[in-house]
Design a protein around this ligand. Structure first.
Ligand SMILES: *Cc1c(COP(=O)(O)O)cnc(C)c1O
Length: 435
């Protein structure tokens, strides 16, 4: 063995292998070099023979320069925060490619002069919501709130119902976020009931605005009351509606979900929302409302720190102007069709000798949208032992575990990926048998 080790090829020699030269141009030289060094170390330990170093380095190459892996979402949660919320439409992905290079995001090709940044994305958003006099876009929903609180209420009061002091997720509490701007929260009402008189009593010369927040990840039942935007609009101060999910118009499938157009028509001075929830676009914070207020936000110094990049603007425009994005498609899938796909998958697996059962499931919107809404769906159940293999396979498939079984809910799986899912299960089952 020691003799053998002297024959371990030098790093430069291995890097000259045409496969690794090609990989270096796609992945970067350092990444490839690290794979070579790891392979040389394996040879030094005697794990592989010296002649196998190049092959081992090639086998260890990452598939791309990003270590983010694409995931097939079989969780049944349409907007899964841990899986990146909304999947973009093909049109939005194309737009990202266009914007990736140099682009006229802030330049007028006709005149050769500077132009308003992101004007076409903003115009598309404005055209989609005629009820808004003006629009602006920032990094996410939280940034939209921070900018609004800073510009309209720093050092002053924001009046909020105690029933709407919510935690968005992962420990982020909306009241703390708003207070971090230097605004004070004037709490009114109780957890379950707040009435117009509570707001009216609290509004005064120190009020910046009334904030109406959509409790987007829970529902309260029973002895409850809250005050709609239409009634709050009668108060003497601006009403800001944080609708959360980014629906631009009412959606008959989600009757309890607020939307930008209705909120503005009911008298909200400003609406804030996320771009990557029910709108189905990139992470972004949408601000829609009265011209003077939007202008005030746009011109605030903080706006520069929260501005979106060209990729976001491109994907947002394509999401709004382009074909129905996956998020909205997934919410609309007919359950009977999802069932037929689940049955086809079960039958295909049966031919491979793999036991899968078809199961009726309930998908949810998730990710801060349409709490309590269940979308009838279908999937297959498999041996729980396959869960880890499917998660770490290629493609990665994430389902959910219930009662000792792995459930793959097909509602949010692109039908075009059904064959890949079948193949991945077959592969995982074969590995499981060999182990
Ligand atoms: C999701 C959500 C936010 C935060 O938006 P991000 O885009 O996640 O920053 C704020 N308010 C409400 C009501 C939400 O649902």
């Amino acid at each position: 063995m020691p003799d053998d080790r002297r024959h371990i090829p030098r790093t430069d020699t291995v890097l000259a292998d045409p496969r690794l030269v090609e990989a270096a141009s796609a992945l970067g030289r350092d990444t490839v070099k690290n794979c070579v060094i790891a392979a040389q170390n394996r040879a030094r330990r005697g794990d592989i023979p010296p002649v196998a170093v190049a092959d081992a380095a090639v086998a260890a190459l990452p598939r791309s320069a990003t270590s983010l892996r694409p995931v097939i979402n079989a969780t049944g949660v349409v907007l899964h925060t841990n899986l990146g919320r909304a999947a973009l439409s093909e049109a939005a992905v194309d737009a990202l490619r266009t914007a990736a290079g140099h682009t006229d995001v802030e330049y007028d090709l006709g005149s050769g002069r500077r132009a308003r940044r992101g004007r076409s994305a903003l115009a598309t958003l404005a055209a989609a919501v005629p009820a808004a006099e003006a629009v602006h876009v920032v990094n996410n929903g939280a940034a939209a709130l921070v900018l609004t609180a800073t510009a309209l209420a720093a050092g002053r009061e924001i009046v909020m119902s105690r029933g709407e002091l919510i935690e968005i997720g992962d420990g982020f509490r909306l009241p703390e976020l708003v207070q971090s701007t230097g605004a004070r929260i004037r709490e009114v009402g109780t957890t379950n009931r707040t009435v117009l008189a509570d707001y009216a009593d609290a509004v005064g010369p120190d009020t910046g605005f009334v904030l109406k927040v959509h409790p987007s990840n829970f529902v309260v039942h029973g002895f409850t009351a809250d005050v709609p935007v239409s009634e709050l609009a009668g108060l003497s101060v601006p009403v800001v509606a944080d609708i959360g999910s980014g629906l631009l118009h009412p959606d008959a499938l989600l009757p309890d979900e607020p939307d930008a157009t209705s909120s503005l028509k009911h008298g909200a001075a400003l609406v804030t929302a996320s771009g990557d929830k029910l709108l189905g676009g990139p992470q972004a914070g949408l601000l829609l409302g009265q011209r003077d207020i939007v202008e005030q936000l746009r011109r605030h110094p903080l706006a520069r720190a929260l501005r979106v990049d060209k990729l976001t603007l491109a994907a947002l425009e394509a999401t709004i102007a382009g074909p129905v994005p996956p998020t909205r498609r997934n919410i609309r899938h007919d359950a009977a069709q999802v069932r037929a796909r689940a049955e086809a998958l079960r039958d295909a697996l049966a031919e491979d000798g793999i036991t899968a059962d078809v199961i009726e499931t309930a998908s949810v919107v998730g990710g801060g949208g349409a709490p309590g809404v269940e979308l009838p769906s279908w999937g297959v159940t498999l041996d729980q032992a396959l869960a880890a293999r499917l998660r770490t396979g290629d493609p990665a498939i994430v389902g959910r575990i219930d009662d000792g079984r792995l459930i793959l809910d097909l509602r949010c799986v692109e039908p075009a990926h059904d064959d890949a899912v079948h193949e991945a299960i077959r592969h995982a089952a074969a590995q499981e048998q060999d182990s």
